[in-house]
Design a binder for this molecule. Structure first.
Ligand code: FES
Length: 181
């Protein structure tokens, strides 16, 4: 009698079956645990949906001032341009620009420039938002990573960046409010 139990134990088969079963059930739990967050991540979270568009109140931004707002994880520069900044953006012949684009095509209202604050070279955030920042040779933004200079329309003028700062999709929802996205 002891033989049959002993034979099974020394044979090892039932023990292996048990181990296989345990391993299989752990694997099933493991797949379930991994699958849930993955499926959950496919649904846009409510806070992400909320950030799909961002509203900016322009009223407090005085002439010459700029603010940075975060939109979809990226900085957006909103600058209230002075008359001199607008003139300087418009007096350069478009054909001389590395990435030719007239200033008028990059703004919806002359005094408001809205661009992504991401250098088109390798993605650094250019300087020029604070009054004490370096703004480069053209009065817009300066990317210190490799020395790209942007003008007051956010266009690349000098340095390795290949393209102008991107203008995101946005709309004026009133005279003093924009919605980005
Ligand atoms: S990342 Fe801006 S110049 Fe290289």
């Amino acid at each position: 009698m002891a033989d049959s139990g002993g034979a099974a134990a020394t044979d090892g088969t039932p023990r292996r079956d048990f181990l296989n079963l345990v391993t299989a059930s752990f694997a099933a739990v493991g797949v379930g645990a991994v699958a849930w967050p993955f499926i959950a991540s496919m649904q846009p979270a409510r806070d992400v949906l909320a950030l799909a568009s961002t509203e900016v109140d322009l009223a407090p931004i005085v002439e010459g001032q700029a603010v940075t707002v975060m939109w979809r994880g990226k900085p957006v520069f909103v600058r209230h341009r002075s008359a001199a900044e607008i003139t300087s953006a418009r007096e350069v012949p478009v054909s001389q620009l590395p990435d030719p684009a007239p200033d008028q095509a990059r703004v919806q209202k002359d005094q408001w420039l809205v661009v992504l604050g991401v250098c088109t070279h390798l993605g650094c955030v250019p300087l020029g938002q604070k009054p004490t920042d370096a703004r480069g040779d053209y009065g817009g933004w300066f990317c210190p990573c490799h020395g790209s200079h942007y003008d007051t329309a956010g266009r690349i003028r000098k340095g390795p960046a290949p393209r102008n700062l991107e203008v995101p999709q946005y709309a004026f929802t009133s005279d003093t409010k924009i919605r980005i996205g």
